[in-house]
Design a protein around this ligand. Structure first.
Ligand SMILES: [Zn+2]
Length: 344
């Protein structure tokens, strides 16, 4: 009987080592160690043995069973590892491959400049007002002290849609509309950024579509010195703390008096260079005290209220700030141009 067990053990170990996968191994396990397997059969025949032989054979049978189980366990570990390696080899996904970076766009340089200007005026207590780009003649011109046939209308070649409707030539109609809403009661403190349109032959400094940001403050006791203070703060924040400003007399139909504001050149600090055309000063914006007629037309008592207004071109400011030499770049959508403003 012992020989029989010994033979079974060798046979089983042989079958185990021949197993090529876990399924084979499981079959070997069932056939040798299962309830209907040969070892169980041997044990069932132990009743015929003598009392001396029985424990010896019993112990040996257990020994054989244990060593077969041990061989199965060892082989199982080897086969499992092989299965994992095979799976890894088969799968083409390489988890160590770096991912493809998601392409980030960036704000258009004009958008960046407008946002910067907006933030600056918001921090000074202004709010943002918007209005329609398709405007009536009344708000675009008449309410701004530019009656029909006024010669100053020639300064703004316009896209008329009908005799009374046009693409706005300036953001000033937003001022008229906002003042009207206030029904003669101050204070009004807004900036109005937006697109405007004028018939123009496009070149390096002219575009038939461009942007404006205007500001308007109406209240009791608003003076030219208040305008100067606001503009000076703007110039320093936008172009550097050591900027100086100067105001030159000018003409706009909707302000009286009217001024142009220059800033001291940020490139040469006043010595003279190509940016400031050797003058040391750069023209930045137009401004002035709101004309009494404009206040009256919008429902304000011009004896009680005064105000100031200013208007600037974000394109010009962006061109100065970033050294852009052609206004058409802003509207050409050339990705090589736009990508240069990733970090502004
Ligand atoms: Zn200069």
């Amino acid at each position: 009987m012992k020989e029989r067990l010994e033979a079974l053990k060798l046979e089983a170990i042989g079958k185990i080592s021949e197993s090529h996968d876990l399924k084979d191994l499981q079959a070997v396990k069932v056939s040798y160690l299962g309830k209907k397997g040969p070892i169980t059969e041997v044990l069932k025949g132990m009743g015929k043995l003598s009392a001396e032989e029985r424990p010896v054979i019993g112990a040996y049978a257990n020994e054989v069973r244990d060593s077969i189980q041990l061989e199965i366990d060892k082989k199982q570990a080897i086969l499992e590892e092989a299965a994992i390696s095979e799976k890894l080899a088969k799968e083409t996904l390489d988890v160590t491959l770096p991912g493809r970076p998601v392409k980030h766009g960036n704000a258009h340089p004009l958008t960046s400049v407008v946002t910067e200007i907006e933030d600056l005026f918001l921090s000074m207590g202004f709010t943002i007002a918007e209005g329609p780009e398709v405007e009536t003649d009344y708000y675009n011109f008449e309410a701004l002290n530019l009656p029909k046939n006024h010669p100053a209308r020639d300064m703004q070649d316009s896209f008329f849609i009908t005799e009374d409707i046009l693409l706005r030539t300036q953001t000033s109609p937003v001022q008229a509309r906002t003042m009207e809403k206030h029904e003669g009661t101050g204070p009004v403190k807004i900036i109005s950024p937006g697109k405007v349109y004028r018939r123009d032959n496009d070149d390096a400094t002219h575009s038939h579509q461009f942007m404006q940001i205007e500001g308007l403050v109406v209240d009791r006791n608003v003076r030219l010195s208040d305008l100067k203070g606001v503009l000076e703060t703007f110039a320093k924040k936008m172009f550097g703390e050591d900027r100086k400003i100067r105001l030159r007399p000018s003409f706009f139909p909707f302000t009286e008096p009217s001024v142009e504001m220059d800033i001291s050149c940020f490139k040469c600090s006043g010595k003279g260079c190509s940016i400031c055309k050797q003058t040391g000063w750069i023209e930045i914006l137009g401004a002035g005290m709101v004309h009494p007629n404009v206040l009256e037309m919008a429902g304000f008592d011009s004896k009680e209220y005064t105000g100031f207004a200013f208007g600037m071109g974000p394109e010009r400011i962006a061109m100065l700030k970033y050294g852009i030499d052609d206004i058409r770049h802003f509207y050409a959508n050339d990705i090589r141009f736009l990508k240069q403003f990733k970090n502004v």
